[in-house]
Ligand binder design. Structure first.
Ligand SMILES: Nc1nc2c(c(=O)[nH]1)N[C@H]1C(S)=C(S)[C@@H](COP(=O)(O)O)O[C@H]1N2
Ligand SMILES: [Mo]
Length: 338
């Protein structure tokens, strides 16, 4: 009996890939627990214990999202079909809630986002702390439809609601030492089971951290989303506030932010720390630079029919945003700086 979901790359060809480290990590933990090979007969009680570790046994009442007031940014309307909300909110990567695509929606419904506190500090003249209400009230909200391209070679088109990261950084007043911006997700293992066990958390050292150069952070595309499809974010998509950097692989778009720290040095980033040969600091979408274990030339666009009927399309440099961002990398060898 298979009580462990096989990694998606094992059953969905090579196209929708869970990083291999996750699978190996699960095997090692099963071994460490003395349970032998996956699929071996395991007493019922022990199985139930493992089941709990994956967080599948908790019943959940759905998280409540609320409508937001915003204007549509005409510059970011899309001619492409949007990925339906039913897919955007059920096919997720949020390892704090489990490593399979369906884990976040199943495990995050009880997530508490009010009260919340987001700190903007470091190399700034006026550090800011935003409370839960401030997240949707302090800045004028706009809707922007962006493509999201995961490093695992699937993609979506999502109407986000939020505000440019640069607007918030300008309020904080970035000083002359500033070169990078670091981002940090909430650390709360009681709420985020993936932070409790390496089995659930994919081997990442929590809290999940990310980073951008200051120029990237100040680019108009860099966006802080507080909602999608006109309503506040569901927890599985990074409630109450997450970063969206559409020209980079999805793992840069860090969720459920509690800190934005302006720095004079390049900050560590979670996937780069875990597997530096596979995941770089820049992580710009680039069809010409393959992941060591799979091609990045094409992607599966998730639409009405979902992953299995998704259409395969060509991946574009910078995810199609080259006009807005290519200039940032004029002097950079993108093959070395993947
Ligand atoms: N804190 C945190 N942020 C995260 C992740 C995560 O596991 N933890 N996964 C990343 C990855 S790999 C992707 S593809 C996107 C997915 O965003 P979505 O679930 O809203 O589509 O979130 C990114 N942000
Ligand atoms: Mo991703």
């Amino acid at each position: 009996m298979h009580f462990i979901k096989r990694p998606s790359w094992d059953t969905v060809k090579s196209s929708d890939i869970t990083p291999e480290s996750v699978f190996n990590d699960r095997r090692n933990i099963i071994k460490a627990l003395g349970l032998g090979a996956i699929g071996a007969s395991i007493p019922g009680q022990v199985q139930a214990g493992i089941f709990d570790l994956f967080g599948k046994s908790q019943p959940s009442t759905p998280f409540i999202t609320s409508p937001l007031a915003f204007t549509v940014n005409k510059g970011f309307e899309s001619s492409e079909a949007k990925t339906p909300f039913s897919k955007v909110s059920t096919h997720n990567n949020f390892y704090e809630f489990g490593t399979s695509k369906s884990d976040p929606v199943e495990n995050a419904q009880g997530f508490k986002v009010d009260p919340w506190s987001l700190v903007i500090d470091g190399e700034v003249d006026n550090p800011i702390t935003l409370g839960f209400e401030d997240l949707t009230k302090m800045m004028a909200l706009e809707e922007r439809t962006y493509r999201l391209r995961c490093v695992e070679a699937w993609s979506m088109v999502v109407p986000w609601v939020g505000f440019p990261l640069a607007a918030l950084l300008k309020k904080a007043g970035v000083n002359s030492r500033a070169k990078y911006v670091a981002f940090e997700t909430l650390f709360d293992p009681d709420q985020m089971p993936g932070q409790k066990s390496r089995l659930m958390g994919g081997g990442i050292h929590y809290p999940y951290v990310e980073g951008l150069t200051l120029a990237e952070a100040m680019n108009d595309l860099s966006f802080l989303a507080v909602g999608l499809y006109g309503k506040s974010l569901p927890p599985q998509n990074g409630a109450p506030i997450r970063l969206v950097v559409p020209w980079k692989y999805g793992f840069k778009s860090i969720k459920s932010l509690v800190r934005i720290r302006v720095m004079d040095k390049r900050p560590p980033t979670s996937w780069n720390q875990l597997a530096p040969q596979e995941y770089g600091f820049y992580a710009n979408v680039n069809p010409d630079v393959d992941h060591p274990r799979w091609s990045q030339a094409t992607e599966r666009r998730i639409g009405e029919g979902g992953l299995f009927s998704a259409t395969r399309i060509k991946t574009r440099p910078f995810n199609g945003y080259q006009e807005q961002v290519a200039d940032l990398y004029r002097d950079l060898d993108l093959r070395r700086n993947y």
